[in-house]
Design a protein around this ligand. Structure first.
Ligand code: ZN
Length: 409
C-alpha cells in the first residue's frame, strides 16, 4: 500500500515513541473519540519559550484523555519518557503543518488536526479527528427542507459571505466542507487555513490574488485581517465560506463589526448566516422512557410563568405527561456503557435577504427582524426549537441539550 508523505499507518510496528503514539491513536479510534489530549506535566516549572529537555520530561507525568460524544474520559497515564518521542513523530508525519492523515487497521483514512502548546508546567498536545467515519455531504446532515432550500440558494449565488458560527468542536468545519463539496467541480476554490493567517497574510494574499478563485474558504474569522479578507473578497465577486466564534447566529454581524469591519460592508457581504451545535444522541438500545414534567418544560423554555410555559409548550407540540427518553446511566454493550451513541448536528440557517442586509447596514435590531421572519416561516427553525423537538422525539435528553444550547435566549 503506498503511503503519502504526511500519512501514518496504524498497523505498522515502530520505534518506542511511535509505538506509544500508535497505541494512543488506536485506543481513540476504537472508542470513536472526537479528540485526544496528551499532557506532560514537568516536575520543574520553566519558561514557556524554552524547549523541554529529555531529563525533565522523563521525570514528569504523561497522561492522555479522550473526548467521546463531547465527554472527557479519565486520564490514562503513560511512561513520561515517551512524550517527547510522540511529539517528534507528530512533527515528522505532519511535516510541520497542523494536519496529517491516519490510516486505520481497515485501511480507512482519517484526517487529523493537531496542535502543541508549551505551558509553564509542561506541554499539551491536542489532536482532533475530522469526520472519522465518512466525509458527510449536505444530504446526510439531517437538514430540514427550509434550511436546505436557503443553503442551496446561497450556494447558487456568484458572490457573498456564508458564515457558520459555533464553539470549537461543534462540527462547523465539517458542515462548511459539505457545503463547499456541494458546488460544481468546475468552480475554482482557494483555502485559507488558520496557520496561513498566523504566518502573515501578505504572501498569502498575493497568492490569492494571482489565483483569483471563484470560491474562497477561510477556516476561521478571528481577527481584523481575516474579517477584512472575508468581507473584501465577498464584495468583489467571490463566494466566501468561513467559520467563526459567535454565541448565536444573529450575533455574527456584530462579531464582524467588533473585529473592526464596517457595518455597511458587513451588510453588503453577508449572504447566509448559520450556527451549529452537536447534540448527544441517546443509545436507543438502552434509553429508558419517562414522563415529561413541568420542571423539564420550565428548563426548556426558561420562563417562570407556568401558564405561558404551558401555552408555549403546546405551541411547540409539547405536552406534560408525554413520554420522553432518558439516558440509562449504566448503558449497554452496544454503547460501551455510555448511554449515548454519537452526536447529531443541529444547524440554524438564516438567509440574509435585502431587508436583513439593510437592517445590518443601518444598525437595526436584527434579532427582532429574525423573529418576525421566523414567525412568517421565512427562515428555518432555531437551535432551541430543533433541540426541543429532539427531546420530544426521544432522540436526546435534557442534560445533553442544555450542555450545548442556551435556552435562556
Ligand atoms: Zn446502550
Amino acid at each position: 500500500m503506498s503511503k503519502s508523505k504526511n500519512e501514518m499507518n496504524l498497523a505498522e510496528a515502530g520505534q518506542e515513541g511511535e509505538a506509544c503514539l500508535r497505541a494512543i491513536l488506536n485506543h481513540a479510534i476504537e472508542e470513536n473519540a472526537e479528540s485526544v489530549d496528551m499532557r506532560l506535566i514537568c516536575e520543574v516549572a520553566s519558561f514557556t519559550d524554552a524547549p523541554i529537555d529529555e531529563d525533565n520530561a522523563r521525570r514528569g507525568l504523561f497522561s492522555y484523555s479522550l473526548r467521546t460524544c463531547g465527554e472527557t474520559s479519565e486520564k490514562y497515564p503513560q511512561e513520561a519518557g515517551k512524550f517527547l518521542g510522540c511529539v517528534r513523530i507528530l512533527d515528522a508525519i505532519s511535516g510541520g503543518s497542523a494536519s496529517f492523515v491516519l490510516r486505520d487497521k481497515t485501511g480507512t483514512l482519517i484526517h487529523c488536526r493537531w496542535a502543541k502548546v508549551r505551558v509553564a508546567s509542561g506541554q499539551h498536545v491536542s489532536l482532533r479527528f475530522l469526520n472519522p467515519h465518512a466525509a458527510p455531504d449536505l444530504n446526510s446532515l439531517g437538514l430540514d427542507e427550509d434550511a436546505r432550500r436557503h443553503i442551496d440558494r446561497a450556494l447558487a449565488s456568484p458572490d457573498g459571505l456564508i458564515i457558520i458560527a459555533g464553539p470549537s468542536g461543534s462540527g462547523r468545519s465539517t458542515t462548511m466542507s459539505a457545503m463547499v463539496r456541494a458546488l460544481p467541480p468546475s468552480i475554482s476554490r482557494f483555502n485559507v487555513e488558520e496557520e496561513d493567517q498566523v504566518l502573515g497574510g501578505t504572501t498569502h494574499l498575493q497568492q490569492l490574488m494571482c489565483a483569483d478563485p471563484d470560491v474562497i474558504v477561510i477556516s476561521s474569522i478571528h481577527d481584523k485581517a481575516s474579517a477584512d479578507l472575508a468581507i473584501e473578497s465577498a464584495i468583489t465577486g467571490h463566494l466566501v465560506f468561513a467559520t467563526t466564534h459567535a454565541a448565536e447566529t444573529i450575533d455574527i454581524p456584530t462579531r464582524l463589526m467588533l473585529l473592526g469591519t464596517d457595518r455597511f460592508y458587513v451588510g453588503r457581504a453577508l449572504r447566509l448566516i448559520c450556527s451549529q451545535r452537536l447534540v448527544r444522541i441517546l443509545c436507543q438500545d438502552c434509553a429508558t422512557p419517562r414522563q415529561l414534567t413541568k420542571d423539564d418544560i420550565e428548563k426548556l423554555f426558561d420562563s417562570s410563568s407556568s401558564d405561558s410555559i404551558i401555552a408555549l409548550a403546546k405551541d411547540c407540540g409539547v405536552e406534560i405527561g408525554a413520554a420522553i427518553k432518558e439516558r440509562n446511566p449504566s448503558g449497554c454493550q452496544k454503547c460501551r456503557g455510555r448511554g449515548y451513541s454519537g452526536r447529531k448536528a443541529v444547524i440554524e440557517v438564516i438567509p440574509v435577504n435585502s431587508e436583513a442586509r439593510e437592517c445590518i447596514a443601518k444598525g437595526g435590531d436584527l434579532g427582532r427582524l429574525v423573529s418576525i421572519m421566523r414567525r412568517d416561516n421565512k427562515i428555518g427553525k432555531s437551535l432551541q426549537e430543533q433541540g426541543r423537538r429532539m427531546l420530544l422525539g426521544g432522540e436526546t435528553d435534557l442534560t445533553s441539550l442544555r450542555n450545548v444550547i442556551d435556552f435562556t435566549r
